[in-house]
Design a protein. Sequence first.
Length: 195
Amino acid sequence: MTRFAKVERATKESQVVVELGLDGSGSTEVDTGVPFFDHMLAQLGRHGGFDLVVRTTGDLEVDAHHTVEDTALALGQALREALGDKAGIRRFGDATVPLDETLVQAAVDLSGRPYVVHEEPDLVELIGSYDTTLTRHIWESFAASAQVCLHVRVLAGRNAHHVAEAQFKAVARALRDAVALDPRVAGVPSTKGSL
């Protein structure tokens, strides 16, 4: 079984192509025009064990918002499509990830019901050209499109780079567990019979 999806999203604000293989080696090729966001998506692919290609061209002359949002929406759609009917998956995943002074906890349920709880401290506004207020919006856009429940809590941290990066690594590790196939799971892991 190949768990792979290719999603193309085109609006007046951006053009996005995402290719996602869930059972990969963590190979990534990312180019969104927002270097720090590229770095974060590379963390997601690498630590999630996903093969991930992202190519986005957006209206960066305005700001990075549309580029980042549309990429997160396409990434969420790719996850949803790559999972197919979700038969045999573990469904739930969680991780607690340290990065120097920062500690982040992430938990995910591939439930089919989008919901996000996100807690982080106030941070400096910019990391390079990346607006740190976009991190919450990335998770909201991703979860809405992927139709997953996602909790991300920054338990400690003060360096903005570390706080953002540890979030992406923690979500990656939680997703890695949730999408994993479990030979003990027959069909879809839900008493409802669907996710």
